[in-house]
Design a binder for this molecule. Sequence first.
Ligand SMILES: CC(C)(COP(=O)(O)OP(=O)(O)OC[C@H]1O[C@@H](n2cnc3c(N)ncnc32)[C@H](O)[C@@H]1OP(=O)(O)O)[C@@H](O)C(=O)NCCC(=O)NCCS
Length: 169
Amino acid sequence: MKLKLEKIRLDMEKSYLCFIDEWKKYNEKIIPVSALLDGKKYSEFVAYTKNMETNAPSGFVNATTLFLTLDDEIIGAISIRHSLNKYLFDFGGHIGYGIKPSKRKCGYAKSMVKMSFPILKELGLTTVLITCHASNIASAKTIESLGGILENISTDENNIQYKRYWLDV
Ligand SMILES: CC(C)(COP(=O)(O)OP(=O)(O)OC[C@H]1O[C@@H](n2cnc3c(N)ncnc32)[C@H](O)[C@@H]1OP(=O)(O)O)[C@@H](O)C(=O)NCCC(=O)NCCS
């Protein structure tokens, strides 16, 4: 079994569609949202994702989205924001990630975040902010088990609380 962190490519369409279908089947919203087609055709999504790395639209920071593959199956995704704007500093963090429902509790989230460390370093990020909803035990445990240090809990305008952790990579 080979675990890899990969950028999305045109030849990954079948696996990508299975990935997003599974989240739908479990009635869950995909996290990170950058892994969503969001009304685009697959080929447009591939181009858009690449473009986001260097040329994000106004209001967004440049970001890299990577997919965790197990052999040829996409099982997770991670979004790496290259910098923080005010919203990301307060609530969103540098990294957002998700593992598809059928592959959870097998250590894949921890592996995926660890596998992103070299990419974070290449981007010049040595300490990153990772946040999660205060009620998201699985995500908090993932961050804590990687050595994340809780700074505080912030509350957004909808009264949602976010745990804010800093993690050395
Ligand atoms: C959060 C999420 C990414 C964790 O993925 P995962 O692959 O199941 O996590 P791992 O197997 O690597 O486990 C990481 C830690 O969380 C714990 N954990 C995982 N799922 C858990 C759960 N449902 N309840 C309690 N603890 C849980 C594991 O025991 C492990 O802790 P440990 O190191 O102390 O043993 C996954 O649940 C998910 O995709 N959720 C939906 C999207 C999401 O919430 N993303 C995070 C946004 S901040």
